[in-house]
Design a protein around this ligand. Structure first.
Ligand SMILES: Cc1cc2nc3c(=O)[nH]c(=O)nc-3n(C[C@H](O)[C@H](O)[C@H](O)COP(=O)(O)O)c2cc1C
Length: 174
């Protein structure tokens, strides 16, 4: 099965996972791909950072489902959140219908947060969030962790996290 990993990455976390996945599967990889780049493949693995509840770049797959029919599709979302069911299940329910969740492989991989690498618009959004969190009367561990990450980048990437996605891809390769 001809396989490609495509991804978008603003601050490098998704890039790291995409490279690990492509290396593990021995397949092609392309950043900022377009439909013409993926149409010749049988398995398309598409990843991007989580930004305000969506996956950066997942439109390439989700807006072209008709043109990609018959291909094996896998999505992965790279976010700063801890990836508990409480965070992730509602996210996938918003991204994919129940039917799509049965046929499109979908995985969460924990990334990190690097304020210094963000563009102007994202910096502004995150500064608004910082103000909001600073005003919380009884901040949780998670709130405090978020505030600390504005000063020192955090990186939760771990190659072991890709194992379930790799197993799923290998199972669907034949
Ligand atoms: C404006 C903005 C919104 C974000 N929204 C979310 C979110 O909804 N959930 C989450 O887990 N992480 C969120 N993050 C954190 C990113 O998903 C995280 O830093 C990710 O590792 C970025 O991957 P990338 O560098 O490959 O783009 C957000 C970050 C920014 C700057």
């Amino acid at each position: 099965m001809k396989t490609i990993v495509v991804y978008r990455s603003k601050t490098g976390y998704t890039k790291k996972y995409a490279e690990w996945i492509a290396e593990e599967l021995g397949c092609d990889i392309k950043e900022n791909a377009e439909l013409s780049d993926i149409i010749g493949y049988d398995m398309i693995i598409c990843g991007g950072g989580m930004y305000a509840g969506t996956i950066n770049g997942a439109r390439l797959i989700l807006k072209n489902l008709d043109k990609l029919s018959g291909k094996k599709l896998i999505l992965f979302a790279v976010g700063a959140n801890p990836g508990t069911d409480k965070d992730i299940l509602p996210f996938w329910n918003k991204m994919l219908s129940t039917e799509q969740q049965k046929t499109i492989g979908h995985f969460f991989l924990r990334g990190g947060f690097d304020f210094s690498k963000l563009g102007k618009g994202d910096k502004l959004l995150m500064l608004m969030l910082k103000k909001h969190v600073q005003n919380i009367k009884n901040p949780t561990e998670e709130d405090l962790g978020l505030l600390a990450a504005y000063d020192v980048p955090v990186d939760f990437t771990d190659k072991a996290n890709i194992v379930p996605l790799i197993d799923y891809a290998k199972k669907h390769k034949n």
